[in-house]
Design a protein around this ligand. Structure first.
Ligand code: T1G
Ligand code: NAD
Length: 708
């Protein structure tokens, strides 16, 4: 037996234990170990039944995702050929009981469904999350799951990839029994109960496969839903096709259909991008110069200064995690306004069934509104979210320095201001850091953690861990203007405006980027966030603009006219009573007039150019940020854009996308834009180097990691 799979016995019950930490993935050696164990069990007359269980914190969490790259690069010829093993388990002459705790995901659930019975602890979860990696189940999951859970549940689980809890799995028929207390003991007792009885083979359970008439509306609805919620992704559609095959073909033919779709997805750019994102979301939490054992400052209580757009959402994140919050404002009216917005947001979530009324009441009871700093002395962390102005921020931090206890973390939610300068208003810059949330702060997953020159390792490590506690993806970024996300967003939106000035329509530019996969077009995004936010910042930094450098014409003038976007009912678009965007011919006329006055020639512009100018502007600025060291890795930039700016996950982020296109091609295109549009398009030196070396941003990351 291998180190990864142990076979023991409890009298007449055999126990197969998988030990492949951290998540018992089906890495090379594990399937082989299980296969050997089944052979032994089958030939051991003393054994009446068997239990298969995961060692450590979970059942099998799937195939080893690290192997996929080797498969698509041709280094691993074996692939994920689990089908024969699963058939072997199903054909075992002794019933096999799968004992599930933690997460039975992907190949883990497929393994479990090949067993004759499944028992689980109530806290267990099961799921087919493969579509989140741009693939589909590849070991008969789309064939066995509908046989256990029915077509509707199976197609949903395989198409959206979201796990379900054990109690729901029991109701659906995926799980046969919930085990309270000791799982192994309960599973062995269950095995002893069913030993000697006929063991049902999942592949032969066809009762729940329904009829073609009955299933047709289910598949139609699933495809429509996937087109809406997973726009542009190929895997969800492939998963639906595979489950449909299960209802129309024999089990064997269904498995062949699934295999064909699985391989198409696995070798697709979408899957490579989404696997990059899977590991990227885990990589960003590793900070090279901050060891894993860096002491964490306990954050059991917090305070938020400013209950406006951001302060309210930030407060919700903390109380949702059970951390009480002192919420301070300047006056009662502002405080009541902030609290009312928080209550409205919770009420909407209760209406949508996301939270219970009891949860809402309990969370709101953790918020203590205040108009003074009196009780700030006891809190572990403060997040400041007052108006964006250096003088006011420094005034607030001066106050916090006076009232907060030693060791308290003092964080600013500033979106553009210099963290070191804010820290200079205190006697403890080592406790000051930026925590840049994204609007709406209780929804957007991204949290840019801005490292100041003096921010201590303990404060950084604490904020990185806290981001997980409050359900965010924390990315450590450097203290440059606009940090990573907004610094890149500037050139991206600049190009969108230039394209309109050169003759493209507002709708055409937004449609081109929407079709590319962005959650929303760049101009409509401006209207959503408020055109005045950028306008105030441009006014604050007007003195830094390079003389003679082309600046966008429209947004400042739209703001002068009071057109701030959705919040004023008009911006680039007009908005109807349901906040739906309506193209506004007046804007097209105004921009044409401003462009004519500026002598900007009008021309037909292809959507391909629109995408290249906006996306390559992101990439070029991203490359500058990387070489200047304001981002640790190219993948960090990708994770920022996927979680904060609606970049399509199936393209992996701007830097990975550029690698997919090929940096030489991207560089050549940027050189062209440089010739046409001047130094704003000067290629980033790092991009030039990597392009000429035929390298990639991904290789650059690995190179730097290796150098440590
Ligand atoms: N393969 C390889 N490594 C994995 C892995 C996997 N399946 N799952 C996790 N890891 C690594 C992860 O990179 C991290 O490494 C460490 O384990 C801890 O993970 C045939 C083809 C199980 C819910 O999609 O969802 O089966 O960063 O930080 O927050 O049809 O991991 O420490 O070096 O995420 O407690 C389907 C993926 C595969 C599940 C645990 N399975 N994993 O979450 O820990 S495709 C999945 C997860 C498949 C079959 C198909 C989560 C988790 P490091 P972690 P966590
Ligand atoms: P906002 O105008 O909606 O709210 C600011 C609040 O701060 C107001 O309610 C004001 O009364 C309060 N305030 C001002 N001085 C105060 C003081 N001394 N004590 C207590 N409260 C005080 O602004 P916002 O959009 O929430 O932005 C807040 C901060 O977050 C800014 O630094 C902004 O740059 C940043 N930010 C904003 C966004 C966004 O999309 N709005 C996104 C990320 C970061």
């Amino acid at each position: 037996m291998s180190d990864l799979v142990h076979l023991t016995k409890d009298n007449d019950i055999a126990i197969i234990t998988i030990n492949n930490p951290p998540v018992n993935a089906l890495s090379p050696g594990v399937p082989e170990g299980i296969s050997q164990a089944i052979e032994q069990i089958d030939s051991d007359p003393a054994v009446k039944a068997a239990v298969l269980i995961g060692g450590g914190r979970t059942f099998v969490a799937g195939a080893d995702i690290k192997e996929f790259g080797k498969i698509t690069r041709g280094e691993n010829k074996r692939g994920v050929a689990f089908l024969p093993l699963l058939l072997r388990i199903e054909d075992c002459s002794k019933p096999v009981v799968m004992a599930i705790h933690g997460t039975a995901f992907g190949g883990g659930l497929e393994l479990a469904m090949a067993g004759h019975y499944r028992v689980a602890v109530p806290s267990a979860q099961v799921g087919q999350p493969e579509v989140k990696l741009g693939i589909i189940p590849g070991a008969a999951g789309t064939q066995r799951l509908p046989r256990l859970a029915g077509v509707e549940a199976a197609v949903q689980m395989c198409a959206d990839g979201n796990p379900i809890k054990a109690d729901k799995a029991l109701k659906l028929g995926i799980i046969d029994k919930l085990i309270e207390g000791d799982l192994l003991a309960g599973a062995v007792a269950f095995a002893r109960e069913i030993a000697g009885k006929p063991a049902p083979k999942t592949r032969e359970r066809n009762q729940k496969l329904g009829t073609a008439e009955g299933n047709a509306p289910i598949f139609a609805a699933a495809r429509e839903n996937a087109n809406k919620k997973q726009r542009g992704m190929m895997a969800p559609q492939a998963a639906i096709d595979a489950v449909e095959a299960a209802t129309k073909l024999s089990f064997e033919e269904g498995c062949e259909a699934e295999q064909k779709l699985f391989v198409e997805c696995l070798f697709s750019d979408q899957s490579k991008a989404m696997i990059h994102v899977f590991f990227g979301e885990r990589e960003v939490s590793k900070i090279p110069d901050i060891p894993k054992d860096t002491p964490i400052i306990p954050v059991k209580s917090a305070a938020v200064v400013g209950a406006g757009t951001m302060g309210g959402g930030i407060t919700m994140n903390f109380v949702n995690a059970g951390i009480p919050v002192l919420l301070k404002e300047t006056d009662r009216a502002a405080l009541d306004r902030g609290l009312a917005t928080i209550k409205k947001n919770y009420a909407n979530s209760v209406k949508r069934g996301r939270f219970t009324q009891e949860f809402m009441d309990q969370r709101i009871s953790l918020i203590r509104p205040t108009l003074s700093y009196d009780d700030f002395g006891g809190v572990d962390m403060v997040i400041e979210a007052v108006f964006e102005g250096m003088a006011l921020k420094k005034e607030v931090f001066g106050e916090l320095d006076r009232v907060c206890k030693a060791g308290a973390i003092l964080a600013s939610n500033t979106s553009t201001l210099n963290i070191d300068e804010i820290a200079s208003a205190t006697s403890r810059p080592e406790s000051v850091i930026g925590t840049h949330f994204f609007s709406p702060a209780n929804v957007m997953r991204l949290l840019e953690i801005v490292r100041g020159k003096a921010s201590s390792k303990e404060v950084i490590a604490t904020c990185m861990q806290l981001s997980k506690t409050i359900g965010k993806v924390g990315v450590l970024v450097g203290n440059c203007r606009g940090f990573v996300g907004n610094r890149m967003f500037g050139p991206y939106r600049r190009e969108a405006q230039f394209l309109v000035e050169e003759g493209a329509s507002v709708e055409a530019v937004d449609k081109a980027l929407y079709d590319f996969g962005m959650a929303m077009g760049p101009l409509a995004t401006g209207d959503l966030a408020g055109l005045d936010v950028g306008w105030r910042i441009r006014k604050e930094y007007r003195h830094l603009e390079k003389p003679g450098e082309r600046q966008p014409l429209a947004e400042d003038q739209l703001c002068e006219m009071g057109r701030y976007g959705q919040k004023t009912g008009s911006g680039w678009y007009k908005y109807d009573e349901n906040r739906r965007a309506v193209p506004d011919p007046e804007v097209a006329e105004l921009v044409a007039k401003w462009a004519a006055e500026a002598g900007i020639a009008q021309r037909q512009i292809s959507s391909e150019e629109m995408v290249d100018r906006c996306i390559y502007a992101l990439v070029n600025e991203g490359a500058r940020i990387l070489e200047e060291g304001y981002a640790l890795r190219a993948v960090d930039i990708d994770i920022v854009y996927l979680n904060g700016y609606g970049f399509p996950v199936y393209r992996g982020g701007p830097m990975w996308y550029a690698d997919t296109i090929g940096l030489k091609k991207v560089y050549d295109r940027i050189k062209k834009f440089h010739q046409q549009h001047g130094d704003i398009w000067a290629p980033a030196p790092l991009l030039e180097r990597l392009a000429n070396e035929g390298s990639t941003f991904d290789a650059y990351d690995k190179e730097r990691l290796a150098k440590g």
